[in-house]
Design a protein around this ligand. Structure first.
Ligand SMILES: *Cc1c(COP(=O)(O)O)cnc(C)c1O
Length: 363
């Protein structure tokens, strides 16, 4: 099968078609190089150019201030759950975590193995149907950092603005809404994002870290877990994930030159999500959104049907109709439509038509 279907997968997820086409054209030989990007030394001039351009384009997209380092690392977002406290949580210190879903739970579990963790707010009661409000956070002004998850991929809840944490460094797992909208990087101490949701293929995680925080990194960490070492070596302490970095670079270029930047992709993302949430709201309760309306994710739209039987039928028939990957995560049940940057508007319209049709036939 060579025809592409609509891919609602939560991750690894859909990539922009022009990016895949360019990668395909240049797979056997990069222009002027005569070898595949997978076959050249990471110390070679062509690869140096690829990684430098990727970083420069990401800096332009997000308007990253000069006092931040950009790292391309391995181990996924999950390794950052450990690296953040290993590097930034002193032995006699404590870190605040805001819990709004399963990924936050994962981050807390790993951080507790390294040091002292406080829960500064949680929406676990009620099964994560919303994010925390500012007035319910109990923040420790002496915390080493405050960690939160900007978009909880499984539950489909997203912060509309970052929590206010005063002078304490804000650390964010931005894996599933990274570069989906403009953000003010200067509000953060550290941002990390696994690529395979909204950036590129699995195998690279992007870390953006304010330089002064690197001074906190304790001596004696294993080299590959030490932000200061990785920053000094410009992500090239050892062989970096060359191919995922190459594809991520193409995605940044696509966002800059074809889409026109993050304001533009944000408008597209808002429009796509509205089409879908409007259909849920107009279904007379047939479809029920998991998230409270003011916390709805623009990236992962989660909803239930009247019964589990109907949910199974929906997923099966949707797949047969060329709408793949809609089955939700088992902890929420129901459906999840992941509509990241690269997901086309027409696919959302097709899903909405399918939903209306399904509700009519199975009402
Ligand atoms: C997918 C995801 C992760 C885990 O990413 P890995 O790269 O598989 O470790 C962590 N956080 C969030 C928000 C995610 O969506």
């Amino acid at each position: 099968m060579t025809e592409r279907i609509y891919n609602f997968s939560a991750g690894p997820a859909v990539l922009p078609l022009p990016v895949l086409e360019e990668a395909q054209r240049n797979l056997l030989a990069l222009p002027g190089v005569g070898m595949s990007v997978m076959e050249i030394s990471h110390r070679s001039a062509p690869f140096e150019e690829i990684i430098h351009n990727a970083e420069a384009d990401l800096r332009q997209l997000l308007n990253i201030p000069a006092n931040y380092k950009v790292l391309f690392l391995q181990g996924g977002a999950s390794l950052q759950f450990s690296m953040v406290p290993m590097n930034l949580l002193p032995k006699d210190g404590s870190a605040d975590y805001i819990l709004t879903g399963s990924w936050g739970q994962g981050a807390i579990k790993e951080a507790k193995k390294i040091g002292t963790v406080r829960e500064a707010g949680s929406t676990a009661e009620g099964n994560f149907t919303r994010v925390t409000r500012q007035d319910e956070l109990s923040l420790d002004p002496n915390a080493a950092y405050v960690h939160f998850t900007s978009n909880e991929t499984i539950f489909g809840v997203e912060f509309q603005a970052e929590p206010e944490v005063g002078d304490v460094p804000l650390v964010c797992d931005m894996s599933s809404d990274f570069i989906s909208k403009p953000i003010d990087v200067s509000k953060y101490g550290l941002i990390y994002a696994g690529a395979q949701k909204n950036v590129g293929p699995a195998g690279v995680v992007i870390v953006i870290v304010r330089e002064d925080l690197l001074e906190r990194v304790p001596k004696g960490l294993p080299a590959l877990l030490d932000y200061r070492n990785l920053a000094e070596k410009e992500s090239m302490y050892n062989t970096p994930p060359c191919f995922p970095i190459y594809i991520s670079g193409l995605v940044f270029k696509w966002l800059l030159s074809e889409v026109g930047g993050l304001e533009k992709i944000y408008a597209r993302n808002q429009e796509k999500a509205k089409i879908l949430y409007d259909a849920i709201d107009a279904s007379d309760g047939y479809f029920r959104g998991h998230s409270e309306p003011d916390c709805r994710s623009l990236m992962n739209v989660t909803f239930r049907l009247p019964s589990e039987e109907l949910e199974k039928k929906f997923a099966k028939e949707a797949t047969a109709a060329g709408l793949d990957g809609l089955k939700g995560h088992r902890s929420v049940g129901g459906m999840r439509a992941s509509i990241y940057n690269a997901f086309p508007r027409e696919g959302v319209v097709s899903l909405v038509e399918f939903m209306k049709d399904f509700a009519e036939k199975n009402g």
